[in-house]
Each structure stands twice: as structure tokens, then as C-alpha cells.
Ligand binder design. Sequence first.
Ligand code: PLP
Length: 430
Amino acid sequence: MICISTRGAAPPVSFRQALLAGLAPDGGLYVPQALPRFGEPRWAELRGSSLAELGAAMLGSLVGDEIAAGDLRALLADALNFPVPVVRLDEQLAVVELFHGPTFAFKDVGARVLARLMSHVHDAGQPPLTVLVATSGDTGGAVAQAFHGVPRTRVVVLYPHGQVSAVQEAQFTTLGGNVTAVAVQGAFDDCQRLAKQAFADPALRDRAHLTSANSISLGRLLPQMIYYAHAVLQLDPGARPVITVPSGNFGNLAAGLMAQRMGAPIARFVAATTVNDTVPRYLASGRVEPRPSVATLANAMDVGDPSNLERIRWMFGDDVDAIRAVVSASVHTDDDVRRGIRELDARFGYVADPHTAIAYLGAVEDRGAAGAGAPGRLFLSTAHPAKFGNVVEPIIGRPVAVPAPLVEAMARPRQVTHIEPHLAALAALL
Ligand SMILES: *Cc1c(COP(=O)(O)O)cnc(C)c1O
């Protein structure tokens, strides 16, 4: 597979190189130069496939002989060891639940596949790859869980001491093994500065085999195509649904557009956002005008300058009309979110977190023609409601059951290394 930079000023690289590099040297994001297209007979053949089988077919056609087919299937089966059910709400509407992974949020899909891809391409006999991540709470858990127990890798999570929630802290301080949790005496900004300083130090980077696992990584993006295809192949043959994506950094939507380009039967997309609406404003005006983000109830979507918009514009040759033909947008306030949670519960007895509620509202508001075949509208659910019990419970007026693994993590002992916010302290530990 040939990967090129969205900015066109970096040499093309292999998938393996793009995987370990993260950002391209010209500051752009890596994208596959071309996407293979499966015809209808191929999709018909793939009906009923597991996530791993479908993923092996889709990613295998991209990466070619860079990863042996059997290895790819095995690592996908190991990564995607949880269901992604399509739950029908009525004749027209269904929700795709992406939150059944270990941290109960959809980022598990991309992060778990990325971890195993990185482990696979990192030579045996070398010291382990060190994934360094600075977190204000959620990313640390998803990345730590994704790499936990994966051979030839270790994770170092930097977090601000005393400034993450108890549940978040439990998700990365109780794993042990190849996961090291480091409480930094300082704020999140100190953690991020330390990580940047470590990556910028060539000697340290080489010695510790440092790499990152952030959301711009192509190895996190491509696996997200799989659940789009998996979901639409569960609908009636001939169905071409409209899919609503609750969007922040727009990696999820970019992956959906790639799945559609590979021929997956999807009519079009609705990008549903919080009031951090840079992409909806871009679709309306044709101008990209990022703004500082504001905090909302759907905090994982509070992004003022979504990095994956660059990939989407690249895919469409920077032609906003071409993007408008397949993506419409909807913007929702916190009051809308509360209404959405209440309505989903009242109409369908379905308990949703704030991010999922935004996807629901976008699906309901979308005035365009739904795709043929029932159900014509799918929306993506990106987090388990128990992760946002403080928001959801007062609205629905009853407790949300907390999944057993979250309860168990809370009860396990914490293992934490404390450091002062200086590179020397971090370097000693690496
Ligand atoms: C990250 C995240 C999103 C946004 O996904 P993007 O790919 O950044 O658009 C939505 N919901 C939840 C729960 C998330 O964690």
C-alpha cells in the first residue's frame, strides 16, 4: 500500500512506515493513495462475516503483502473480540453500538487494532516500542487498555496528579504489566509538554523506541471502516442507509467515507456535532474557520480545529460541493442533548450517553431522503451511558447500571510512579 501526505510535499511511504511515523514530515496526514473498490457480488459474499473476517478482506486489499493475510486476520480477531450490534429502534431507525470494548467507548476499535499492527511491524529481538501518551483522562485509558499485554510494546501514560476522575484513573493505573502510569506533579499542559520534549529528543527517542498512538494515526483510522461495512451488511439486501456520525475530530466520519468509497452500500452521511461546529460552518460557507473549543456535555466531541477535516478535503479534491453531495451537518446544544436523551428513553426505552444522543438528533433532524430499504437511518453510538451517569441519570430519573469490568477496575489497587514535571525525570524512567 502506498501512503501519501495530504499536503503532497512528503515522499510516499509504505503502510508500515506510515504506521510508525504518525504525522508526515511535511506536517500533513497520511492517506492511502488509492482505495480498492469492491463490487456488489463481493459484498454479497462478505455478508455474515465476522468483524475480523470483514476487516481482513477490507484492510488486506489495502495493505497487500505488507502483512501476511493470516497474520492480519489473527490480529484483527484478537483486537475485535467484542460485538458491534445493530439495535433496531423502529422501522426506519437503528443504532450501531460501538461501545462494547474494554473502555466502553468506540476509540477501542481503532486503538486495539493499531496496537496489534504496531506490535506486528516492530521487529522481534528489538527492545519494545514505547508508546508515550499524555492524557487529561480518556485517551490514556483507551490507549493503555489497547496495548495492555501486546507483545513487543509498552505504554507510558503521563497524567496530571489528582486531576483525572476516579474511573479514568482506574482504567490506566490498575493494569500493570507493560503499562506504566506516571502521575506528573503539574497540569495536563505539563504532561503534554513533557511528551513533546521526549519526542523532540532524538537520542531519547531512539533509545526508548518512542512512538505515539494519537488519533491522527492512519493505523487507528483504517480499522474504523470495518464496522461501517459490518453494520450495513446486516440490513436487508439492497438497503443503502443514511448514517449519522457524532463527530469531534472527524476520524470516524473520514473512515465512513472511505468505507463508502470502497463500495460499501451507504447512501450518505450526517455529521452531527456539538456547538463546536467548524465543519458544519465549512459545509455552509466553504471556508475553514477554526475556533477555540467550548466545553459541552459531549466532551469527546469538543474540538475547535478537527484534524481529520484535512483528510476529508483531500479525499474530495478540496471540492466542498463534492463533500456536500454526501455529507450534511447538524449542530446541537446541551439543551438539545438533554432532550435527545429524554426522547430516546421515552420513545424507545433506549438509554443513551450525550454523544449518542447527538447522533440520534442528527438522524431525526435530517430532512433528506432516507436510503431505500429498512431501516433507512443508522446512527452511531460511541460511548456507554454508564460513563456519563452524572448527566444521564437525572434526565431519565433512574440509575444506569455500571458494567462489571468498570466496577472491578475501581476496586483493583493502583500502581503509580510519581515524577516532577522535568524531562530528566521522564528520561530516567524511560
Ligand atoms: C472521540 C469520540 C467521538 C468523536 O469521534 P471523532 O472520530 O473524533 O469524530 C465521539 N464520541 C465519543 C464518545 C468519543 O470518544
